[in-house]
Design a protein around this ligand. Structure first.
Ligand code: MG
Length: 187
């Protein structure tokens, strides 16, 4: 089986890093950050327009947020060696399927190296449904829905639980940490 795994929100603790960086660089906004319950920046960073947040994240601070300094999700870093061992034993392949912007790909490769996330294959694409994986572990409602409806392998979406994908948790198999898939899928 080929297991597709997303990066941000599944391996990399991207949203908490964004929140902490805003607090560090713009303490005047610290108490105005809401709980991220949606993919729309403005719904939980109401003090900035969409364009302002995009600039903060993808222009001014992309090296910090996507490069080696960025933080992994603790349980993902902890579970990874177990997952690799299990995948080898079972004959599964681990495939990164991540929608990075072109200038964030190299920092992301460095980040994966630094934290030891060694994949059998790496795909950077927004069109995750075109990658031949049997399952896709992702946190994005939009990506999970598109994969469900249009996966070329008729693969199954697996929701990685986050505060911003509560609707998906009702529709799709949902995991709380990476190692859950070892029991949930094949137990
Ligand atoms: Mg993601």
């Amino acid at each position: 089986m080929r297991i597709g795994i997303d990066c941000d929100g599944v391996l990399r603790d991207f949203i908490p890093d964004v929140i902490n960086l805003i607090k560090e660089k713009h303490p005047e906004h610290a108490d105005k950050i809401l709980e991220p319950t949606s993919w729309e920046w403005e719904s939980w960073l109401p003090f900035w327009t969409e364009d302002e947040t995009e600039k903060f994240v993808f222009e001014d601070n992309y090296e910090r947020l996507f490069g080696p300094e960025a933080h992994p999700i603790h349980t993902s870093a902890y579970d990874w060696p177990k997952l690799v061992h299990w995948a080898k034993e079972q004959g599964h392949e681990l495939v990164l399927v991540s929608a990075q912007r072109p200038h964030c790909e190299e920092p992301t490769r460095q980040w994966l190296d630094k934290w030891g996330f060694d994949f059998d294959e790496i795909h950077f694409t927004k069109l995750k449904q075109l990658i031949d994986v049997d399952v896709l572990i992702d946190d994005s409602p939009e990506k999970l829905d598109t994969f469900k409806n249009r996966s070329i392998e008729r693969g199954s979406p697996i929701c990685y639980r986050q505060t911003w994908n509560q609707e998906c948790q009702k529709k799709y198999m949902t995991i709380d940490r990476l190692s859950d898939i070892m029991d949930r899928l094949f137990g």
